[in-house]
Write a protein that binds this ligand. Structure first.
Ligand code: TEU
Length: 551
């Protein structure tokens, strides 16, 4: 069975500000990334996703772009970027860039022009409405407050789903779309290998009808983009859409190959299982493992042969998974490996977020003055003004704040974790003396080496790439187990999500098959094929009926 290159690849996400600082100014940069490419080669990844490096006033750390054709000076120059592309390619690493087209910065020349007068030719590049009695509607910004900002000069409101410094573009305007395509071609011609498309499910919004995600014209626009920009590069590039509001049925529309839109999308459904339904990310609720099994299984089944999944636990917007659903103290190593096992044996393209491969943990927020992230800052102040209990607000931020993901990468146990020779823009997590890449590379039992194995398994076993999926024992509250099947071969993945010692019953039909153990986070995993008892966070992958279909 043939697979497209990105179907057996693993992606590594770099958040440039916090990855590696080469010039001692405390901010990560592109030359710093180049210094670490060999580290990524050693890890075995195939594709780098680079969070935005474009010129930006940094209201949202680069997700507010003021020039799509320039590199943020904190990060380096266009020559540095060209060198990064070339150095990555030399090492057989593909590189995809973040494409942020739902909005620009308010400092982008288009917006500057648009806000000079109602008749400016760029006016319609953005979404303006008049409002005699206040904001045109009660739509809210993801970063707190109204989504409408009043502009006194032209006596109108502009729409911004994120910060007020991120005005939404009007993608219904054909000129806007053409400008975007031009810009995408510019980057593809520089040799990049595709795009991660920021909140792409929002670009068809129709604010007057209150439709924000999955607007009626969205797929028409994606097909147009595909035809005009992506198609000529077909097999040389990959695309992944960030789609917070998409369910599996909609995901098929985005990713079914015959529709010529995107290669895959990021689901958010599993990321919202520890929040009170409908109340947003800050309303905390403990995870029920059965929900997680149900949601991931639904996506696995729906997209099998109908589209393609992206697999992730972490990114720059999410707390660290080992702190969130693992145990970041006694069982840090075991639980990080268990979580990685569950994810990396699924069908789809796995994404590793910087530091995940060494089991980096959440940090501790003591003081709101240390917050860097606009989402956390705005939410904190809004709730304080509403009179909420500061302790409750801090509890939400401690659980879900985006800054957890953005503490500097921990390279070694030296000055500022080896991230910078200067003062880092954001505090390093104090646990860097124990948790760092150098230590992890030295220790053959580390999380790092386990990730390396998982990445290689995907390259070697056809069944991981193409096998069908079946959940086992949906009601088991502590164990996540599933079977992958390809021809007569099967994989059984069994993972204990907690510190207890639960029993797990092998499915009847698997009990007579010949069995190899493919990988486990314990040295001596249970070999019995009936009723097994698992140890804390134990994960085992059994290969049944091996047919040496290694690819
Ligand atoms: O995130 C989109 C998104 O939906 C965010 O609201 C994200 O899920 C949020 O942090 C959850 O609380 C993308 C980027 O990944 C994010 O970093 C940007 O801030 C956002 O778009 C705006 O560009």
């Amino acid at each position: 069975m043939t697979a497209t290159w990105w179907q057996r690849s693993t992606v590594y996400q770099i958040y440039p500000r916090s990855f590696n600082d080469s010039n001692g100014d405390g901010v990560g940069d592109i030359p710093g990334i180049i210094e670490k490419l060999d580290y990524l080669v050693d890890l075995g990844i195939d594709i780098i996703w680079l969070s935005p490096v474009y010129q930006s006033p940094n209201d949202d750390n680069g997700y507010d772009i003021s020039d799509y054709y320039a590199i943020m000076s904190d990060f380096g120059t266009m020559e540095d970027m060209e060198r990064l592309i070339a150095e990555a390619h030399k090492r057989n690493l593909a590189l995809i860039m973040d494409l942020v087209i739902n909005h620009t910065s308010d400092e982008h020349p288009w917006f500057r022009e648009a806000s000079t007068s109602r008749s400016n030719p760029y006016r319609d590049f953005y979404i303006w409405r008049s409002g005699d009695e206040g904001p045109p509607s009660d739509l809210r910004s993801v970063f707190s407050g109204s989504a409408w900002e009043y502009d006194a000069k032209t006596d109108a409101y502009y729409f911004h789903l994120f910060s007020r410094k991120q005005p939404d573009l009007n993608l219904h305007n054909q000129d806007v779309r053409q400008k975007i395509y031009e810009m995408m071609r510019y980057w593809l011609e520089k040799g990049i290998n595709g795009f991660r498309m920021d909140v792409i499910d929002l670009i068809g919004k129709e604010v007057d009808r209150g439709i924000i995600a999955n607007g009626p014209k969205l797929h028409e626009y994606l097909q147009e983009m595909n035809k005009e920009v992506l198609a000529p590069y077909r097999d040389a590039i990959m695309t992944v859409g960030e789609t917070p509001s998409v369910d599996p049925e909609q995901a098929k529309l985005y990713t079914r190959p015959d529709r010529h839109e995107l290669d895959m999308v990021f689901t958010f459904e599993h990321m919202s299982l520890d929040e009170v339904a409908g109340e947003g990310k800050w309303a905390l609720k403990p995870l029920d493992l059965r929900d997680l099994k149900q949601v991931l299984s639904k996506w696995q089944t729906a997209l099998h042969k109908e589209g393609w999944n992206s697999l992730y636990w972490n990114n720059h917007d999410q707390p660290r998974i080992v702190s969130r659903w693992g145990d970041d103290t006694v069982y840090r190593v075991k639980s990080a490996k268990m979580l990685a096992t569950v994810l990396h044996l699924l069908q789809g393209t796995p994404y590793i977020y910087q530091g995940e491969e060494i089991g980096m943990t959440n940090t501790t927020f003591n003081n709101s003055e240390d917050f860097k992230d606009i989402e956390m800052i705005n939410m904190y102040h809004e709730r304080i003004e509403q009179g909420d209990d500061p302790a409750d607000i801090m509890a939400s931020i401690q659980a879900k704040g985006r800054d957890h993901a953005r503490t500097p990468m921990q390279w070694n146990d030296g000055h500022e974790a080896g991230f910078t020779t200067g003062e880092p823009w954001m505090k390093v997590n104090p646990n860097y003396r124990e948790i760092n890449a150098e230590a992890a590379m030295r220790d053959p039992e580390s999380i790092y080496h386990y990730y390396k194995q998982l990445i290689q398994l995907r390259k070697n076993y056809e069944i991981i790439v193409h096998g069908s999926y079946q959940l086992v024992d949906a009601e088991h509250a502590e164990v996540f187990a599933y079977v992958r099947t390809l021809g007569s071969e099967k994989l059984l993945v069994v993972a204990n999500f907690y510190t207890g010692e639960p029993h797990f019953e092998w499915p009847e039909e698997l009990r007579e098959l010949t069995t190899d153990i493919l990988i486990s986070n314990y040295e001596d995993p249970p070999g019995g094929q009936k009723d097994i008892k698992l140890r804390p966070y134990e994960a085992v992958v059994y290969l049944l009926n091996p047919v040496t279909s290694q690819c």
